[in-house]
Design a protein. Sequence first.
Length: 293
Amino acid sequence: MSEIRLFVTVTERESEDILDLLSLCFGEEDFAIGTTEVDEKADRWEASVYMMRVDEEEVRARFAEAIRAAYPGLEIQREDLPEIDWIAKSLEGLKPVRAGRFLVHGSHDRDKVRTGDVAIEIDAGQAFGTGHHGTTAGCLEMIDRVMRAHPPKNALDLGTGSGVLAIAVRKLRRIPVLATDIDPVAVRVARGNVRLNGIAEGLSLETAPGFHSSAFERHGPFDLIIANILARPLIRMAPQLVTHLSPGGDVILSGILASQRWKVIAAYSGAGLAHVRTFWRNGWVTIHLRHDR
């Protein structure tokens, strides 16, 4: 079944605004969204939603509705995408990513690992999270910093994707780590990456559609929770997430556009967490919060 892309052509500032609107509209679903710079000098960007052709009519209507008030008359364009594994294709020429002590690399770059690196090997797959996106790299940097200051005893990676963040925690410290995702494909991919990185025990992977899953009760509470998702679901889940956090525990949140930062901080402040710091990367932020004792 072929894939298509619906997109609008705008400025960089407008693309960030539209990405926020699309996140509100599609944030909890399987439709990928993103922005791409087309022409730097002309300040021309594209904000896109990706879907299978069977979903086009529904998605086009929702896309149009999401941007209608702020951008009336903006034309939604369409592109047929060839049946190529774009994740694998995009990673072929990517260089290893350094974030804190971590080096995230593909199998073709094992020779780039240096003494002292905490190396994580992640090859192309169907799940998000290779370290090349600003949110993943920001999380890795924040994990390094937080775990130096407050070594955790039990950690949760919520929305694990490729498993890279759970693997990072486990490589820094031999503690129990629970990694969950709503997508069973992501869990399967993450499980393969865990094996690839030589982690034989201590890291549990489960498909969990929400906090009503028994996995969180069985493995929690956690003194480190990492959630690299999107701003809207992060805001909504704040009260539930905090109930699974140990007193004095740390929370690392990402998948958040810079413009959404204060909304997320406000939601978690209302749930009893204090903002510690924010990392900024390519228009995205990673936020560290800590439980008020």
